[in-house]
Design a protein around this ligand. Structure first.
Ligand code: UDP
Length: 280
């Protein structure tokens, strides 16, 4: 055991040029790709690839909350279930909820509860499912970011989108968006979720320690990164819903409603002739 600890402590995460294991600079994020509307059966959905993370988010609702005793007559419940697939990590993950996934589900539910206009849907629930298909640290941030655009895809009224990213410290250096080795062998990891437009923090967790100065630096870095992710989210939503000029001209021509001809009605059945003879 002592040997293992010795090896872990010796693992160099930043080289002599100041670059990380994957060649990133401290302030670099991993590549991100996101897509909205990837599942047919859900009301809203999104898929995100973020470095080695692959995450699906699906949203149902607002729909009647079940079981009924959980219904809140004043507002909708915003419920999230974060789940890691058994094949998402190197060592098979035991299927089903564990302490970690229950905690992550809770903090994500609370983050969205403060942005969804839940008072508009008493007794209802908005259900968010986050499935981690492949994990490489930062899955709660990837899940939150995907769930936010899945909620928008489902048409759930919200104050704004929520975006998320983690920041941490490795080999004594504050770095953005840690990958698994950095998360495991680094000094600190701090996932943050915000409403980027207002700067409101909806989630902030900390594993490890940062000094006050390091915290200020880390927070500034993650805030900027979250601003960039917000733009990517809006782009992904535009891609799903925007119609280009060419596509628009291909649409069947429709006059505005007030100029449209009244719908054609079926001719009324013919009246029988007056002498009572029924036509054959
Ligand atoms: N991890 C794992 N097995 C588990 C839980 C986590 O291998 O049962 C890995 C996984 O790659 C995850 C990383 O450890 O992304 C960091 O987990 P953490 O709890 O810090 O959450 P995350 O950073 O994914 O939000």
């Amino acid at each position: 055991m002592e040997d293992v600890e010795h090896i872990e402590k010796k693992m160099k995460l930043i080289d002599e040029n100041g670059l990380r294991l994957d060649g990133r600079k401290p302030e670099d994020m991993r590549p991100i790709r996101m897509e909205v509307g990837v599942l047919k059966r859900a009301d809203g959905s999104a898929y995100i690839e973020w470095g080695g993370n692959k995450v699906l988010a699906a949203v149902y609702g607002p729909r009647e909350a079940h079981p009924r005793h959980l219904q809140d007559p004043t507002k909708a419940l915003v419920q999230c279930r974060y789940n890691m697939a058994p094949f998402s990590v190197t060592e098979r993950k035991r299927p089903g909820p564990d302490r970690r996934s229950v905690e992550i589900s809770k903090v994500i539910s609370e983050a969205f509860d403060s942005v969804v206009f839940s008072e508009q849907f008493p007794r209802a629930s908005v259900d968010i499912f986050i499935e981690i298909l492949q994990a490489d640290a930062g899955t709660r941030c990837a899940g939150l970011t995907a769930a936010s655009i899945a909620l928008a895809d489902a048409g759930i009224p919200m104050r704004d989108l929520v975006a998320s990213c983690a920041v941490g410290k490795i080999d004594g250096v504050v770095c953005l968006d840690l990958r698994k080795e950095e998360d495991n062998y680094g000094d600190a990891d701090m996932p943050v979720a915000m409403i980027p437009r207002t700067g409101e923090v909806l989630l902030l967790q900390m594993d490890g320690h940062l000094t006050l100065d390091e915290f200020d630096k880390a927070f500034g870095m993650v805030k900027d990164a979250i601003g960039g992710i917000y733009e990517m989210q809006k782009d992904a939503l535009r891609k799903r819903y925007a119609v280009t000029a060419e596509e628009f001209s291909d649409l069947p021509e429709q006059a505005p409603p007030e100029r449209r001809a009244p719908p054609e009605r079926e001719a009324p059945p013919e009246m029988p002739p007056e002498d009572g003879e029924v036509p054959q």
